[in-house]
Ligand binder design. Sequence first.
Ligand SMILES: [Zn+2]
Length: 56
Amino acid sequence: MKCRECSGELEVARSCGRVRMRCTSCGKEYQIHEVAADLDDKTVAILERYTAIIYD
Ligand SMILES: [Zn+2]
């Protein structure tokens, strides 16, 4: 999925037990709820893997 600032690619970033989306181009970070409406299938699949880890 794309960054709202620069259209760069967002990657899932996990830190301190929280999962965020981070732009690989400009470095802007988004909380998951901020971008929830735009999540694509690929990103959702990644997040499901992370939440499985976090809440295990
Ligand atoms: Zn960006």
